[in-house]
Design a protein around this ligand. Structure first.
Ligand code: C5P
Length: 401
């Protein structure tokens, strides 16, 4: 995850049964390219050993304020200062109470008082402890102070009870860290993104489609959300999970996508059509599976609505409309024609014949064309980085309008 690359994250582990999940969290964060410095409370070490977290983070785990060796190597103030973000996962009722009261009686709570970095707490505890007025009051105090709380999930807990108290999904914790490290340049903006292919059925089990994976559109939605936008993602069938903090709408056909997009676009500041919409659909959909015959099967295809052209025709002043053009020939000419015809502000053109570009892969090679005839050529980048560069251009337009 590019957002975390080169960042130093301090992960505080406190003494609840969910401490074992901290191992996977540390692994995920390290694999994303972040430097992870683990701090454990005394109780946490009863649940998982510092050795495990040291092996996964590649750094000595900080446990004792008064360990002369460790303190001379990485002083607690230095640890607090060097962190770009602090994540307490799991956060027990006890550590939340100490944080709310400003108590600093061990390594972690001392660092939490000394740091100026964003602090993310991920409570995990017995459901009654979580619901207790003291814990809820402490969480409210922390939220008022700007601490980011990743609420626990509801489910069956290790103590045998059911209810809220289970540590949030690790993907949600990682995404929260990404968001905390991203300048909130799209706060207050509503961004609508389409993604994926559409399926155009000709019987209940067969359809016309294309190999779009949805990855580019999902990366755009995720990045816009990291920048603070209120993001709505309309996607055709894909294997991808809903991105955290994004409102996702699952559709199947172009006509369904058109209906949802039109409704959402009405009060959107930015609309990005990254979906690979089928231009044609079978004229008829058989109610039953078509039987194999000895003769050939002819399916007549009719035009689907061009969703983007429709949105361009009704474009409100101030709304930014971005399209994609996947081409196999005459890339720039075709793309600039589409930009003009569909009344777009930007079009992202990709040459499907280039290695590392287009459908299914994790990278893309695109050119961004604007209304003034400018062409920005991007190198082969991950779809995540490509999404960042596209959103940079959208932000520049938003500022100038
Ligand atoms: O004309 P072409 O299909 O190449 O244009 C691509 C752009 O138009 C993409 O942004 C795609 O999402 C959008 N599109 C659409 N409805 C269609 C076909 C394409 O909105 N039926």
């Amino acid at each position: 995850m590019e957002r975390l690359r080169g960042k130093t994250l301090l992960v505080g582990v406190t003494g609840g049964i969910a401490a074992y999940k901290a191992a996977e969290l540390v692994r995920l964060l390290s694999r994303s390219g972040a430097g992870v410095q683990v701090v454990m409370t005394r109780a946490a070490q009863q649940f998982i050993t510092p050795l495990t977290l040291q092996a996964l983070s590649g750094r000595p785990v900080l446990t004792d304020l008064f360990d002369l060796g460790l303190e001379s190597e990485i002083g607690h103030i230095q640890a607090a200062r060097s962190a770009h973000a602090v994540i307490v996962a799991p956060a027990t009722a006890n550590v939340l109470a100490k944080m709310a009261a400003g108590i600093a009686d061990d390594y972690l709570t001392t660092v939490l008082l000394a740091t100026e970095a964003p602090v993310i707490v991920c409570p995990a505890m017995n459901t009654k402890m979580y619901a207790h007025a003291a814990t809820q009051d402490n969480l409210n105090v922390l939220k008022r102070r700007g601490v980011i709380v990743v609420e626990p999930q509801t489910g069956s807990l290790a103590c045998g009870e059911e209810g809220p108290g289970r540590l949030a999904d690790l993907s949600l914790i990682v995404e929260t860290a990404c968001q905390a490290l991203t300048p909130q340049t799209l706060r207050g903006k509503r961004v609508v993104v389409s993604a994926g292919p559409t399926w155009e059925p000709f019987d209940p089990v067969r359809f016309v489609t294309n190999p779009s994976s949805g990855k580019m559109g999902f990366a755009l939605a995720r990045e816009a959300s990291r920048r603070g936008a209120d993001v709505h993602l309309v996607t055709g069938p894909t294997a991808l999970a809903d991105p955290p903090f994004v409102t996702t709408y699952r559709v199947t056909t172009a006509r369904e996508m058109e209906h949802v997009m039109k409704g959402l676009a009405e009060d959107a500041h930015v609309v990005i059509m990254a979906a690979a919409v089928s231009d044609y659909r079978p004229e008829e959909t058989a109610p039953q599976k078509l039987k194999k015959k000895d003769t050939d099967l002819v399916i007549r295809l009719v035009r689907n609505p061009d969703i983007l052209a429709g949105l361009g025709a009704e474009k409100q002043p101030g709304r930014i409309l971005v399209g994609f053009a996947a081409e196999t020939e005459q890339l720039l000419q075709n793309a600039s024609e589409k930009l003009r015809k569909k009344n777009l502000d930007l079009i992202v053109a990709n040459d499907l014949t280039q290695p590392g570009a287009g459908f299914r892969c994790d990278t893309n090679v695109v050119k961004i064309l604007d209304r003034a005839g400018g062409v920005e050529e991007l190198p082969c980048l991950s779809k995540e980085e490509t999404a960042c560069r596209i959103l940079d251009r959208i932000e520049a337009l938003a500022l100038s309008t």
